[in-house]
Design a protein around this ligand. Structure first.
Ligand code: GLC
Length: 633
């Protein structure tokens, strides 16, 4: 059962699509106090667990840390952090009483889940206007399904978006893309998409293509498509301020950019230099920005990734001026060690500063709203601009679109990726842990940068990471400029990579049908073991294995120099190792086991009495036979 409580006059975030009658605040089942901040409290028993919050650091069980809902351009996904790119304000508490809580509020929320006091959860909402949903149910998944019903069905991309995808910040010329395609082909490595990072544009201007690099872009897109490769360009939130640039001029003329307190366009620096931030909270501006994607869909492009939309602000013109002033001040005195730290902080503090987020404004239906009060829906509304345009123009399931920043509600029109991780072993595990949490919040089309974005990947890290990636709907290898090349053909003999990637294509029919079912009935593709085996004390605490669909359990290797791993079977299962076209099977009893897994193998566990169907491997989804499937067991 869902109860909705309203405080003040909340901003419509468009997260919930069902009409739910309001309940009186007196019947709110948890402690609630109103004031400048709204505070919700509830006590925690020893065994209580808390799930949810979507894209965040740390465990599947969120208890014992303090998180913040504040969409952040945060590249260091370390466990001291409190927020990443998304604001996913939904938790499920599994205690004596099971309940779900969704705080529909577009600005900052602090979730102290037993951090200051281990026996208490304290949720501080930074404002007076919010809708709060309290959901009671029989089980965790029952609560999740009720929630998913009111937020609407999850976005479904085209089937080819389930193929393997290669990306790299640094591919620029046509030849780079052709090389990637040919090297995959030559080495028997499947591939469906190649990503175009910011360098394809003309001076990082959205919806433009650098003509020197791509003299006939449409012909190039067509040629790639003939080879069954989709090119997926990036779109950034900031629009370069430049005279004569059609997007900027149109937006400027129509007043579609965010403004400062005096009504002048707010100016900040991102990749293109000084940009205007489109006002995605203004319905007309949102439609306008969405329609700009046409410049690229007209060229045959059918997929996009939206970036820097928290929004990321490297600096604002004002912020930079202030920092320089501060440095001059420090310089004019004798600089000691504290002066050094002061200078350092003055410079670092310029990026993504709260002062900047508090100093620009939106025009939402004629109402002037300070950005900081609606910060968490900015990126979501950018991506909805695109998603809504695609649905209107081309129909559902025709275009691939996913975003870095997100808020619940955007899951109906797009997917997400987990941003700038590192080529660290621990980030394989973080990737796994985020999956059920984002699924709870409706985001099904998701995945991490496989192989890691920052830092340098090794052959074994990439293979192990891909062996997890074969199960995630978005399976994309992406890395940052200046890091070690990590395409599957960069590490000598490609056979092991071909074996792992072939498994992905064998699994696509299963992953795709599971995905569709989960979108349709509000289920999670990936569940913590605790959801399925609540009575099993060991299973409840497992954080490095997940249940997949209704049939499987996954348990990837996520440590270096390991020839296998320990795995806990919460029931009797068949242990399967998939590699290329090979399948080995072994029946195993409930309990703890050590299993050996080579670098070219993908481990999978099938529940007793269940089975899944596999296709033959293929080099891309266009060549995949999704009709003639064979039983795995
Ligand atoms: C951001 C994105 C990353 C991209 C880079 C350059 O850091 O998260 O994926 O490669 O910008 O566009």
């Amino acid at each position: 059962m869902i109860k909705k409580f309203r405080l003040g006059n909340p901003f419509n975030t468009e997260a919930v699509v069902s009409e739910i009658k309001l309940s009186g605040l007196k019947s709110f089942p948890l402690t609630l106090s109103e004031g400048e901040k709204t505070v919700i409290k509830f006590s925690l028993d020893n065994d209580d667990m808390i799930f949810g919050l979507g894209e965040t650091v740390r465990g599947i069980n969120k208890r014992g840390w303090i998180y913040e809902s504040w969409c952040s351009d945060e590249t260091n996904h370390t466990e001291d952090k409190r927020s990443l790119y998304g604001a996913h304000n939904f938790i499920v508490v599994n205690g004596g009483e099971k309940f779900g809580l969704f705080v529909d509020f577009p600005s900052k929320i602090e979730w102290d889940l037993g951090y200051r006091n281990p026996d208490e959860a304290v949720i501080e909402i930074y404002g007076k206007d919010a809708d709060i949903y309290y959901i009671s149910g029989e089980s965790e998944i029952d609560i999740v399904k009720q929630f998913r019903k009111i937020i609407g069905k999850s976005y479904i991309p085209p089937l080819w978006a389930f193929g393997y995808q290669q990306s790299c910040w640094g591919y620029a010329k046509q030849e780079d893309f052709v090389n990637v395609r040919e090297n995959h082909k030559k080495n028997n490595l499947p591939l469906d998409c190649i990503y175009m990072d910011i360098d394809y544009m003309e001076r990082f201007k959205d919806f433009t293509v650098n003509k020197e690099l791509f003299p006939d872009f449409k012909a190039f897109v067509d040629e790639m498509k003939e080879n069954n490769i989709h090119l997926i360009p990036i779109i950034d939130a900031g629009v370069k301020k430049e005279k004569g640039y059609f997007v900027y001029e149109e937006g400027h003329e129509k007043g579609y950019f965010c403004t400062d307190k005096d009504g002048n366009e707010f100016e900040c620096g991102v990749w293109p230099g000084i940009v205007g931030l489109p006002d995605f909270l203004n319905k007309d501006a949102r439609r306008w920005f969405g329609s700009k994607y046409k410049a690229l869909t007209d060229m045959g492009i059918d997929g996009f990734w939206n970036d820097m939309n928290e929004p990321a602000i490297f600096y604002s013109v004002n912020g930079l001026e202030k920092a320089f002033k501060k440095l001059d001040e420090i310089k004019s005195k004798e600089v000691d060690i504290w002066g050094f730290f002061e200078s350092k902080n003055a410079v670092l503090g310029v990026q993504n500063s709260m002062e900047d987020y508090s100093s620009f404004y939106h025009n939402a239906d004629g109402k002037k709203i300070c950005h900081k009060d609606v910060h968490n829906i900015y990126g979501a509304f950018m991506t909805k601009a695109a998603g809504e345009y695609f649905e209107e123009e081309f129909g559902k399931e025709q275009k691939l679109i996913f975003s870095r920043a997100s808020y619940i509600g955007a899951h109906r029109t797009s997917g997400i990726w987990f941003g700038d991780n590192f080529s660290w072993w621990e980030h394989i595990l973080l990737n796994l842990k985020m999956l059920p949490s984002v699924n709870m919040c409706g985001f099904l089309y998701c995945g991490a940068d496989l192989g890691g974005f920052n830092n340098h990947a090794t052959r074994d890290l990439l293979l192990r990471w891909l062996a997890l990636g074969v199960f995630t709907p978005l399976m994309r290898n992406h890395r940052a400029l200046g890091t070690r090349a990590q395409e599957a053909y960069q590490f000598g003999d490609c056979k092991d990579f071909a074996d792992v990637l072939a498994v992905r294509y064998r699994l696509i029919p299963y992953i795709y049908s599971t995905f569709r079912r989960c979108s349709e009935n509000g289920d999670m593709m990936f569940k913590p073991l605790a959801f399925e085996y609540p009575e099993d004390k060991v299973a409840r605490e497992v954080e490095d294995q997940l249940m997949l669909g209704e049939e499987c359990m996954i348990a990837p290797v996520y440590e270096q120099n390991k020839s296998g791993r320990n795995v806990y079977l919460p029931e009797d299962m068949t242990f399967v190792k998939l590699s290329g076209e090979n399948v080995t099977k072994k029946e195993m009893k409930k309990g703890l086991h050590y299993v050996e897994i080579s670098l070219n193998e993908v481990p999978l566990f099938i529940k007793n009495g269940k089975n899944i169907k596999l296709s033959k491997p293929a080099l891309n989804t266009a060549k995949l036979d999704t009709e003639n499937l064979e039983n795995l067991l």
